[in-house]
Design a protein around this ligand. Structure first.
Ligand SMILES: [Zn+2]
Length: 475
């Protein structure tokens, strides 16, 4: 029988608030264990949690970025369960009255068509402490670090609206981009600031029913999510074909063996309204103020980049993939070079060079004006693209202008026809067999001859003009 997979995702996103959710302790992952703690986030008896305004602001911004409807009234519940990382016995979460409902993320599906993937709701909750298991000593021990206890999270719950690993992966990539744009979170699965669980069930193709689902945890990259879903669809299909029913349970993804294995889930108790934290009332006026802080979101920006700068759609998508990158692109274009050359050089030269040297746009030392100067010289044929790459590498180390670097290192492109013709003449004289091959239609010899000419010019010749001269001379 042919089956259709039904996939829903639950994503925890750590908000980048300066403090924890219900106390003033700093929210600073990476600090020494148990240094950012107080009686409230140690969950000692008799303490009263005080909800932070920054949490509701950042959570609301993220929800607006995901096109959700912010609820005028939301409230916290105690999600009751006991686990060593939650010694107070309950987690403050919004079960009955979440901050936001609905919303969607628009992806491009496998047939290159836009598709809206719908959210069920988004709620806020506090994170639990972190367990560190040390197995190397004579006696294995488990340690608890409360730095993470009480830090602010949002949980995004989708409708069961996805049917293949591609859509799930595209959903996560787009969700990450949208939330990062709002400035509320970093959303890195590798660093644990975004965590994803997937619910997967199968049904006969054409059926509308929802069957028993299996939950998968422990996927720490978007690729892992895709691989785990693909594996789980295959595993469940085989089970059903063998007549084994699917039972509700949780599985862990093992990235080394690339399989999922069954695990015992935490026994969860009821969710009861919390008596200590006030209900949250969102007024229209406040919501308008927060909405005004929302930047131009990627889809709008993509359309504008196509209309305003004449970029191809794919180029506009790439120049809008990060808010800092899009600002950099626009600043470069403002200084003169053609937008398409700027986009192409940013994506094929600047970004790879930044990756190699460990830079991000927010700390990039090459200014948009420097980069624009470089592109402009290239466009005006003052330097060739080989020299431009060398100049770009030097721009990472200096605040001088690209013009000064070109001057100092003598990168100025030789476009003077007399000089180029004399170079071509020398190359033709020295390489009779390559010339013969060229005349016999061997295309590879053109590359060789131009290469020889470039070498003779110490890399400064204009390769386009060289090609023209070779053609003229050898016909
Ligand atoms: Zn605290």
């Amino acid at each position: 029988m042919a089956y259709e997979a039904v996939i829903g995702l639950e994503i925890h996103v750590q908000l980048n608030c300066s403090s924890k959710m219900f106390c003033d302790c700093p929210n600073r992952p990476g600090d020494d264990p148990n240094t950012n703690i107080c009686p409230i986030c140690l969950w000692l008896p008799g303490t009263v949690p005080m909800f932070s305004i920054e949490t509701i602001e950042k959570a609301t911004l993220a929800c607006l970025g995901l096109n959700c409807e912010i609820q005028p009234l939301s409230a916290f519940d105690q999600k009751v369960y006991y686990y060593p990382d939650l010694p107070k016995g309950f987690q403050l979460s919004q079960h009955h009255m979440p901050l936001a409902k609905g919303g969607y993320v628009e992806i491009i599906d496998e047939n290159k068509k836009p598709k809206k993937l719908r959210l069920h709701h988004v709620h806020m909750e506090e994170d639990v402490a972190k367990l560190v298991h040390e197995t190397e000593g004579r006696t294995p021990i488990s340690l608890v670090d409360f730095n993470r206890a009480g830090t602010p999270l949002i949980e995004i719950v989708t409708e069961p609206c996805m049917h293949n690993p591609h859509d799930a992966m595209e959903f996560l990539k787009t969700l990450r981009r949208e939330i990062r744009y709002t400035g509320s979170a970093e959303c890195s699965m590798e660093q644990g600031t975004m965590r994803c669980d997937a619910n997967i069930s199968l049904r006969p193709e054409g059926s509308e029913e929802l069957n028993t689902k299996v939950e998968i945890k422990n996927m720490n990259s978007i690729h892992n999510v895709g691989d785990a879903i693909a594996y789980e669809i295959k595993r469940q299909t085989e089970s059903l074909n063998n007549g084994e029913p699917i039972v509700l349970h949780t599985r862990l993804w093992n990235p080394e063996k690339r399989i999922t294995t069954a695990m015992r889930a935490k026994a969860e108790g009821p969710c009861v309204p919390d008596p200590a934290v006030s209900q949250i009332v969102v007024t229209d006026e406040w919501l308008k103020k927060i909405a005004a802080r929302l930047p131009e979101m990627p889809n709008r920006k993509i359309s504008r980049f196509v209309a305003q700068y004449g970029l191809m759609h794919d180029e506009a998508v790439q120049m809008s993939s990060e808010i800092e990158l899009s600002a950099y692109f626009e600043a470069v274009v403002k200084s003169g070079p053609s937008p398409r050359t700027a986009a192409s050089w940013i994506s094929t030269q600047l970004i790879p060079a930044m990756k190699e040297q460990g830079y991000e746009f927010k700390d990039l030392s090459v200014t948009p004006a420097q980069f624009a100067g470089l592109i402009s010289m290239l466009e005006k044929d003052k330097i060739n693209s080989n020299s431009a790459r060398v100049v770009l590498a030097k721009l990472f180390e200096t605040s001088r202008t690209p013009e000064e670097i070109v001057e100092q290192f003598g990168f100025m492109q030789v476009s003077d026809m007399d000089a180029l013709e004399s170079i071509v003449k020398q190359v033709i004289e020295k390489n009779p067999s390559a010339v013969e091959n060229y005349k016999n239609g061997n295309k590879k010899s053109t590359g060789f001859l131009i290469g020889q000419a470039m070498k003779l010019s110490k890399g400064k010749a204009n390769p386009k003009r060289l090609q023209e001269i070779f053609k003229e001379k050898l016909i």
